[in-house]
Design a protein. Structure first.
Length: 984
């Protein structure tokens, strides 16, 4: 094995490793290039995205600068206008033209206005589209809205008026607003600007009038008026939309309060829950809300629980007092889509290159791999014990060719070994096994003769058990060979080596050296032989026999080939397997002998337990096997499929021997109960004593009456009548106790009348009895002595409560369907004597019937081999009836095996004809068969088996062996068949 393994490491793995290394190198190269390409592409894309973010920042800053810078200059100039400085409201109409010109120059302006400390307002708003005109209810040609609010301290009123002008500033309409509440002094643009000298910028907000997003720039003039300019930031949303890198990109410009100022989808800024406020950025997109929740230290790559984002954000100084922040989030999968595509393209290119290069390696190594593959297939075939796989591949590599030769020889050896092992394991009988062991070993050794010796029982003496010469088994009675004593000093040298610890010996013997082998040499016609001796030993190394192989000495070189060490080692290995098989067979045979002995011991003990069953357990197996043999030999259609194997015969025999093993649990006095009052003794003697007491009382009454002067003749007549009645009543009770005849109603009435007689007990019946009986007596009331009692009584202490363990669950796994009586025993005297037929009460009959339950339970608990697993079913069914009224399972004919129905017939016939039972007279053949014919007619026994029992005269075969001559009377088979309801 080491040479083969080394050869594989030097040759076979070389090409496998080259192909594997080439493949792995190509894969590794492709992997490295792909990873490098992916990482570089990713870095480039991420770097480009940062540049895009920078461009976006610049564009936003530029948009804000473009929006704010011109307006700041214009606002500074307007504060210098004299009409803006005056405190006379009527002069402020002079600001109309500068305001209009400024609005036309700056389209991001939504309105220009002026407010003063008195709450006056002058506002000019451009109406650049129809939507604003509709919203402000302006005429269709209106270009500007001029709103003035004048508060008069003298008059104490507020005048609010709106004028609508066309492009030429011609008034188109005018509208006065009553109850004006707008006061510029309370507005956010006025208050900080009035307090500061420099320009102020409000936080972006949603303009109330136009619903545009913007900020207000304000500056105080020299006259303490404040000029304001509403600047819209709608252009910022368009700028953000222009910088969307991918479809899923999220960009938002928001203030310090987290409310969005600009968003690519400007419409979402106008659909917030509060129409007067800008929406929170979390309302625009949850990912933006998650970014803001991370604070200013959020990483450049962020995972929001659903998606990976590439993030950037920065501050924008313009846009309010606190500045603005710009945030941009790009989905990583969208941003790196090109990198992913390049990665997979690289993998496909690598795979394509691998697929192109693999055939080259395969073609290159094919010549070397093909012979090795053939060897692998042969090895797999050997692993599956398939030794017929042909091996015809030759290799140009020397070591592979040598390996092929070694495997071929190994295959031949293993095939031969397993063939012998299979042949040995197929034998189930000892003698054929010995012949097979000897014959197969002779074939392997190519010997001309062989002998096998085995030890006998516990003796070390070796006895010849098999002899084969020229392939023919020899009769050992005509080829006597002396036994071999391993301890004898007279053993020839070629034997002594086997008894001195050697497992095998090989010798060349001349005729003079052969000793007891000379007759064999004579049959072979040889003057010299080669002898191979093999010691057979068991698992413990103990010698169980020897095997001698005789080979003719032809004088050629082939003789030495037969004696090679490897050939002898193989013979020794085969012999070792044979020795194990022999030991197993002998051990199995001894176990069967032990089992049979125990079975027969148990059956004999049951028969010996009661003279009433006599040899029942020994005769039933014989009759059962007789009936089974008749069924096996029958040509009737119902039995033509019945051909039991040797194992089935054994199962039937064991089941028949153990069919009543449950009787070991049945109390003997119940089995032996010959009278109704019998328990451990016959209680009729107690009844007799009571009658004796009554007869004594009759004499006492007679003498007392005589002593009182009564008439002797009358008293004597009365006395004799009473004594006669007592004798007759006791004789009747004694006759009832025998149970020989059925009890009629008149008998029961007379028995009850006798039971009502009374007698007087003067001794305490609780003394001298067991504690159990005292416990039962405690259930009845105790009376003062003397006490008058019935002559025959059913007392509470006669009732024995049945233990819970004796009850049979209706759902029991064995299928028992017995009606369990309430009490375990009822020993009431009147109750027992009133038994209508036989001597057994219902409770005692249940105990008798329960033996079959115990039989099934006992046999089911035995660890029997599979082929004996049906013993409990066969043995436990002999009290079942074909109509389902039997016990213990109430099985019907179709639910019973053929063997259990056979045993039912055997059990009944043996019981009817047994002549060694003291409680009944044995039946003759005709009487027994007549009863069985009636039972067959009533569907108690199997009709087909009963017909076979009659036709084949199995009963007569049994009768000649077991019945007394006077029992064997003529039998009219046709009449009995007719009585059974069967055709002849």
């Amino acid at each position: 094995m080491r040479n083969v393994a080394q050869s594989r490491k030097r040759q076979l793995p070389l090409h496998v490793h080259i192909s594997a290394m080439f493949t792995c190198l190509l894969l590794l190269l492709g992997l490295v290039l792909g990873v490098f390409n992916y990482q570089q592409t990713t870095q480039i894309i991420l770097g480009s995205s940062q540049k895009l973010f920078g461009y976006l920042e610049q564009d936003v800053q530029r948009d804000l600068l473009d929006a704010y810078q011109p307006i700041r200059h214009a606002l500074n100039l307007l504060t210098l206008n004299p009409d803006a400085v005056t405190d006379q409201p009527e002069r402020r109409t002079g600001l109309l033209l500068p305001f209009v010109q400024t609005l036309e120059d700056n389209h991001s302006l939504s309105a220009l206005y002026l407010g003063d400390d008195n709450g006056n307002l002058f506002l000019v708003r451009p109406l650049r589209n129809e939507a604003i005109r509709l919203q402000l209810q302006a005429p269709a040609q209106a270009r500007y809205e001029v709103w003035s609010i004048t508060r008069s301290a003298r008059q104490g009123g507020v005048e609010s008026k709106k004028l609508y002008l066309d492009a030429s500033l011609v008034e188109l309409a005018q509208r006065t607003i009553a109850n004006e509440t707008y006061d510029p002094r309370s507005r956010k643009w006025f208050i900080p600007a009035h307090a500061e000298h420099d320009q102020t910028t409000t936080t972006p907000y949603l303009f109330f009038t136009t619903h545009e997003v913007g900020t207000t720039l304000a500056k105080r003039s020299a006259g303490n008026t404040v000029l304001g300019a509403d600047v819209t930031l709608s252009q910022l949303s368009a700028t953000l939309a222009a910088h969307q890198v991918t479809p899923g990109t999220q960009i938002v410009l928001y203030g310090a309060d987290g409310r969005a100022i600009a968003y690519p989808d400007f419409s979402k800024l106008l659909t917030a829950q509060d129409p007067e406020k800008l929406p929170k950025i979390a309302e625009l997109n949850p990912a933006l809300g998650y970014l803001v929740s991370q604070g200013p230290d959020a990483q450049r790559r962020l995972y929001d629980g659903q998606r990976q984002w590439v993030v950037t954000r920065f501050n924008v100084e313009d846009g309010g007092a606190n500045g603005l922040q710009l945030a941009m989030m790009v989905p990583e999968d969208e941003l790196l889509a090109d990198a992913y595509r390049l990665r997979w393209q690289g993998a496909l290119v690598t795979l394509a290159a691998l697929l192109l290069c693999l055939p080259m390696g395969w073609v290159t190594s094919r010549l070397l791999v093909k012979p090795l593959q053939a060897l692998v297939r042969e090895a797999d075939a050997i692993r599956r014990f398939d030794f017929n796989y042909p091996l015809k591949q030759k290799s140009i590599v020397l070591e592979i060719d040598q390996l092929e030769g070694s495997m071929s020889r190994m295959k031949e050896t293993l095939a031969s070994f397993f063939e012998i092992t299979s042949s040995l394991s197929a034998h189930t009988r000892f003698e054929p096994l010995l012949q097979s062991v000897l014959l197969e070993t002779i074939k392997i050794a190519q010997a001309q003769a062989g002998l096998i010796y085995l030890t006998q029982n516990d003796s070390r003496q070796l006895e010849l058990k098999g002899l084969i010469i020229n392939g023919q088994p020899q009769d050992l009675t005509t080829q006597p060979q002396p036994d071999i004593d391993p301890d004898s000093n007279d053993n020839p040298p070629w034997l002594q080596g086997l008894f001195q610890g050697h497992d095998s010996v090989a010798h060349s013997l001349s005729l003079e050296q052969a000793g007891d082998l000379q007759p064999i040499m004579a049959q072979l016609g040889s003057q010299s032989i080669h002898l191979i001796g093999i010691r057979l030993h068991n698992r413990h190394g103990e010698t169980v026999g020897i095997l001698l192989l005789v080979l003719n000495d032809s004088g050629s070189s082939d003789d030495q080939d037969h004696l090679r060490a490897d050939r002898i080692a193989f013979i020794q290995a085969v012999s070792g397997t044979a020795a194990v098989s022999i030991e197993s067979q002998r051990l199995q045979a001894r176990q069967k002998q032990l089992l049979d002995a125990l079975i027969q011991l148990l059956a004999g003990a049951i028969d010996a337990k009661s003279p009433y069953t006599a040899s029942h357990c020994q005769r039933v197996p014989t009759l059962t096997l007789m009936l089974a043999q008749a069924a096996a030999a029958s040509q009737q259609p119902e039995f033509e499929q019945y051909d039991p194997s040797q194992e089935q015969w054994e199962a039937l025999r064991i089941a028949a021997w153990l069919h009543d093993c449950g009787k070991v649990t049945t109390p003997e006095y119940v089995v032996d109960k010959a009278t109704k009052l019998e328990t451990l003794y016959d209680r009729i003697h107690e009844i007799r004593t009571r009658f004796e007491v009554l007869k004594r009382d009759t004499w006492v009454d007679y003498w007392q009456a005589r002593a009182q002067g009564g008439d002797d003749a009358q008293l004597s007549e009365r006395r004799e009548a009473s004594l006669t009645a007592l004798d007759q009543d006791f004789a009747f009770v004694a006759q009832c106790n025998l149970g020989g005849e059925a009890m009629q109603e008149a008998d029961l009435e007379r028995l009850n009348a006798i039971a009502r007689r009374t007698w007087r007990r003067t001794l305490d019946d609780r003394l001298g009895v067991s504690w159990e009986e005292n416990k039962r007596q405690s259930t009845r009331e105790e009376h003062d002595l003397p006490v008058t009692e019935q002559l025959l009584a059913d007392k509470p202490e006669h009732l024995f409560i049945r233990p819970e363990a004796d009850l049979i669950d209706p759902e029991n796994p064995w299928g028992f369907k017995l009606e369990v009586p309430q009490y375990k025993f009822n020993r009431g005297e009147l109750y027992n004597l009133s038994t209508r037929r036989g001597t057994l009460t219902n409770e005692e009959r249940y105990i008798i019937n329960n033996h079959i339950v115990q039989t099934i339970l006992m046999l089911s608990s035995l660890p029997l081999p599979a082929y004996l697993s049906n013993i409990a079913e066969i043995a436990g069914g002999h009290h079942e009836k074909m109509d389902g009224t039997g016990y213990p399972k109430r099985l019907k004919r179709e639910e019973m095996s053929l063997e259990s129905r056979m045993m039912a017939i055997a059990d009944i016939f043996e019981a009817l004809t047994a002549s060694d039972r003291p409680y009944k007279r044995s039946k003759t053949l005709s009487e027994a068969l007549s009863i069985m014919a009636t039972m067959c007619h009533d569907a108690h026994i199997d009709p087909q088996l009963f017909a076979l029992f009659m036709r084949e005269q199995v009963f007569m075969q049994y009768a000649r062996q077991f019945l007394d001559p006077e029992q064997i009377d003529p039998v009219d088979i046709d009449a009995l068949m007719l009585k059974a309801g069967l055709s002849g």
